[in-house]
Write a protein that binds this ligand. Sequence first.
Ligand SMILES: [Zn+2]
Ligand SMILES: [Zn+2]
Length: 183
Amino acid sequence: MPRCPACFVPMTDVVKGGVHVKTCSQCFGEWMSRTHLMHLVRGPAELDGAATGAAAVGLKELAALVHESDTTQALTCPECHTVLSIDRPHPMIPVNLQFCRKCSGAWLDVGKLPLVRKLYQALLHTTDPRLTALRDRLAQAELGAEREKEKLESLQTMRQILRHGTGGTGALEQMISMLLGER
Ligand SMILES: [Zn+2]
Ligand SMILES: [Zn+2]
């Protein structure tokens, strides 16, 4: 069984939303394939298991938890021992995860999966005009031939909207305020 990239204890295999996820009993971080991650992010609300109580926890509480758990230095892949890359799961979701470019695994510190899920769902349903405009642009970019250029422009717009740049909790808190209709 692969070891936790943060605490190096062997991880446990669990089935979550129909897919295999490896969890660490010490830090409660999660390791899964990128495909499984996206499946869980897009999956139904029942996935926020009763065990963690995540279903009842709001965006701000999850953001606070993630602020505490966030691993800012690049870890090593538990499967193939490549250094992981820190990146967002989606251009509009300002939460840093760690990805293996070699085996396509994804590492999530505790609280990140429910936070990313909630942000993804909130972004799908938001009526904030700044966010809907950006969401539509990204969707167009996914379809269009100029995909990469469009994506880059969308990200620049995102940076202008979120004053604090690309990462960090400042951008995350600002995004949550927009989603909650606070500004
Ligand atoms: Zn751990
Ligand atoms: Zn790997």
